[in-house]
Design a protein around this ligand. Structure first.
Ligand code: ADP
Ligand code: MG
Length: 395
């Protein structure tokens, strides 16, 4: 179904609330390590500037869990945006309330403000109608450009739609078009590589994608829960205890569908995940009780690379290890390189995964680098993402 975009609406002089995905990697001093996601939203913002709208930007950043966290303010994002656009972007200290209303009512055409981190309010993740209504009251039109957040039914993604007309931003439109056409008829074998940290969310996604692919390679933080689900010990690696049943169900479903799920046979472990930590390679079946999984091991790299060589379509979300620390970056580097060398359709998604690939200078060698991670995988599994479902259809 074709969705309406910002180009289908009259925006001159209107207050337009843009849900962006400015969830960028940022250190504790507010230094942005990778601004890909900010740049990705520029076409929509520029379009709105050119058409003299009043632009109210909003986004989440990190996981402050409904409370104000001084390290997760969006002010550094406003600064970067302002540099990129070469015009002022005014950060507010709140996302709703009288201060915000005052700021919005004083806006001129073409002016830009950025609301404070939406996740400082529990109502966003809870999809609270009251929070959605307050946000909606600031604007005349809602533009969702946060493809990467559209698999979550949050107030700023889904809830707003009850109170405002909502259309796709230009990045959202591009992601839907690219991913839709790439995956209409995927060439096989089709593999999904999954890793990273958000295990709880990703297990649900894996359950969905299993019926689309031939092969699933698992690394990163995901592997601990899967190894544990197979009855192995994962040391002190964080596992999702209440996901064991689902893991077993997934393995069973995979068996029934003839989908192979490959877990790491060896891993790099450490006692503490920090810079300068001592890294040790061990068999995945002999993880010491005091250790944590930090990367996939060399045998696994060899095996995964060999498997990937046969694939004609590969989707990757989630680093294979804690790649930010050099001792644990080998798995991610090797998989990125293997993908770059393939004669296959390669789709890489997720904030950290895209960052890793970009830092290696390999993004140009992928078919598509998506701004979404979980959202990309879920989209590819054929699910209609909640944030896309609520966008108005083209007439
Ligand atoms: P993406 O942003 O690509 O969707 P995630 O957000 O799920 O991926 O996860 C990215 C994070 O996962 C990275 O910061 C990386 O350090 C972390 N990570 C990868 N492997 C492990 C592991 N074995 N243990 C803990 N964290 C891990
Ligand atoms: Mg991430």
């Amino acid at each position: 179904m074709q969705k309406k975009t910002v180009e289908d609406e009259e925006v001159y002089g209107k207050r337009v609330l843009v849900r962006a995905d400015f969830n960028v990697p940022m250190d504790r001093n507010g230094t942005i390590e990778d601004d890909t996601r900010i740049r990705a939203c520029l076409p929509t913002i520029t379009y709105l500037i050119d058409h003299r709208a009043r632009i109210i930007l909003c986004s989440h950043l990190g996981r402050p869990q409904g409370r104000v966290d001084g390290h997760l303010r969006l002010e550094p994002v406003a600064r970067r945006l302002s540099e990129l656009l070469q015009r002022p972007v005014k950060p507010l200290r709140e996302a709703i309330g009288p201060e915000v209303e005052r700021a919005v009512s004083g806006m001129e055409n073409g002016e830009i403000i950025l609301l404070e981190n939406l996740r400082f309010y529990p109502g966003d993740e809870e999809n609270d109608p009251g929070f959605a209504r307050e946000l909606a009251s600031l604007a005349d039109l809602f533009v969702n450009d946060a493809f990467g957040a559209s698999h979550r039914a949050h107030a700023s993604v889904v809830g707003l739609a009850a109170y405002l007309p909502c259309v796709a931003g230009l990045l959202m439109e591009k992601e839907i078009e690219r991913l839709g056409s790439l995956l209409e008829n995927p060439r096989r074998p089709f593999a999904a590589i999954m890793g990273g940290a958000k295990v709880e969310e990703k297990i649900g996604i894996l359950e969905n994608i299993i019926s689309k692919v031939d092969l699933i390679l698992i690394g990163g933080g995901m592997s601990a829960t899967f190894l544990k689900g197979q009855g192995w010990d994962a040391g002190i690696s964080p596992v999702e205890p209440d996901k064991m049943e689902i893991v077993r169900a997934i393995m069973q479903k995979a068996g029934a569908l003839g989908v192979r799920i490959l877990l790491p046979q060896d891993v790099i472990v450490t006692e503490k995940l920090k810079t300068g930590a001592i890294a040790r390679g061990v068999s995945a079946q002999q993880i010491p009780a005091d250790s944590i999984i930090a990367d996939i091991g060399p045998q696994t790299i060899t095996e995964f690379t060999k498997e990937l060589k046969n694939c004609r379509t590969v989707v990757w979300n989630g680093p294979m290890g804690v790649f930010e620390i050099p001792q644990f970056s080998e798995g991610t580097k090797s998989i990125a390189t293997a993908l770059a060398d393939l004669h296959a359709m390669t789709i890489v998604g997720g904030g950290s995964t895209a960052e890793a690939v970009t830092k290696l200078g390999l993004s140009g060698k992928m078919t598509h680098v998506s701004t979404g991670g979980g959202a990309t995988l879920l989209f590819l599994s054929g699910k209609i993402l909640p944030g896309i479902a609520v966008l108005a259809d083209k007439e």
